[in-house]
Design a protein around this ligand. Structure first.
Ligand code: CTP
Length: 373
């Protein structure tokens, strides 16, 4: 039995990058032999084991054949006679299909190293077609390695286009799509992920609302800005939908099954952008500002409000930045209204709520008067 380092670890080491996870392939072993050596089995679909000391993943060499659509329907064959080359052949990209032996020899039957040097993301074989998630993975690797000069090669782009045309992307389950989007949002060049999806036609299936050029441009610019300020997943995600109205963005974020914080921030951004654009910067309306702050639930959710401000800042055109300053000024003015003091004055229940609102409104009025005079 032989073990080989495979996948991302070999790729990243050749690129001179820090290796985070190390995955291994074991050739010529049975599950029983692995268990006898103290490995523990994980995953029920195919034989993957954890090393007793390092806890790194060791997978028995396997081949995969697709049966049916989407991500399910794989038949896996794993036995001591499966060779390393057969295991490497089932992988997505040539740069991910290299191995290193215990003796340090590079095993590279699909010219991954050449593609690494040429900065090309290229599919290993037509088996790429068997897993439509690989379209998103390829777009994600393009987003990660864009600063190093990588791009998707013409043949792979063509293959991805044909997969989209055959309807393969429609079979992806939302949870897996979300996983890829979430990871892509934090890659080095997140906009590249969406550009590659657009080029191959997958964006029209996954987020059709971003197809029109102005919406796409606005999304990419806002995303780039949030990325530059090291924004959270929710800010990055919300930035994508900055050019859409509330109904359209809500529908899509639900369909994508994005987590609640992402959905909520997207919805708030869709409310705030048009409202701020309409706000008269010479004579801002205090009621409108208070209404917006209430919608954002500023006083109970101050952290979310600051994420919202960041996303708004990345989204509003420079000519509307004045409105954002007014909003910030109004928000600051409403801080520190003390319900206890109002209770001591005799306000209770609903009346207390009204009194708090009245004080906040008065403070906003005063603050915006002094800021716009
Ligand atoms: N792989 C694949 N098709 C998939 C998922 C994974 O071919 N749909 C293969 C690739 O060869 C990949 C390896 O399995 O290198 C391990 O997958 P993963 O850990 O997701 O990717 P890494 O390449 O290690 O990338 P990362 O740096 O993101 O961990």
């Amino acid at each position: 039995m032989q073990t080989y380092l495979v996948g991302g670890a070999v790729r990243d080491e050749l690129l001179g990058l820090e290796v985070k996870d190390r995955d291994w392939v074991v050739v010529g072993a049975t599950p029983e032999q692995m268990l006898t050596q103290g490995f523990t089995q994980v995953g029920s679909d195919f034989p993957v084991f954890l090393h007793p000391k390092t806890h790194e993943e060791y997978a028995l060499a396997r081949t995969e054949r697709k049966q049916g659509h989407g991500y399910h329907g794989f038949s896996v064959y794993s036995a001591p006679d499966v060779t390393l080359e057969e295991d490497l052949m089932r992988r997505d990209l040539t740069i991910n299909a290299m191995a290193r032996s215990d003796a340090g020899e590079l095993i590279d039957p699909f010219n991954g190293r050449k593609d690494l040097e040429a900065r090309e993301l290229r599919h290993v074989s037509l088996a790429f077609k068997e897993d439509p998630l690989r379209i998103l993975r390829t777009a994600r690797f393009a987003a990660r390695f864009q600063p190093l000069g990588f791009g998707v090669c013409a043949e792979t782009m063509e293959l991805m286009r044909s997969m989209v045309a055959e309807g393969e992307v429609e079979h992806l389950v939302a949870e897996r799509v979300w996983q890829e989007i979430q990871r892509a949002l934090h890659e080095n060049s997140p906009g590249t992920f969406f550009q590659v999806l657009r080029d191959c036609g997958a964006l029209a299936v996954l987020i059709p609302e971003l197809q029109p050029e102005p919406h796409f441009r606005a999304a990419i610019n806002a995303l780039q800005c949030v990325h530059a300020s090291d924004g959270s997943t929710a800010e990055r995600f919300a930035a994508l939908f900055c050019a859409l109205d509330e109904a359209a963005s809500t529908k899509r974020t639900k369909a994508l099954k994005a987590p609640n914080d992402c959905q909520q921030l997207t919805r708030l951004l869709a409310i705030f952008i048009p409202a701020l654009k309409q706000l008269d910067s010479e004579r801002p309306d205090a009621d409108t500002l208070l209404g917006l702050l209430e919608k954002a639930d500023l006083w109970r959710r101050p952290e979310r409000f600051s994420l919202l401000l960041n996303a708004v800042e990345c989204t509003l055109e420079p000519k509307n930045q004045r409105q954002l300053d007014i909003l910030k000024c109004a928000a600051d003015a409403t801080q520190g209204v003390d319900p206890k003091a109002l209770m001591e004055q005799g306000f209770l229940g609903k009346e207390l709520g009204n009194a708090i609102q009245t004080v906040r409104l008065a403070r906003i009025t005063q603050a915006i008067c002094s800021s716009t005079s």
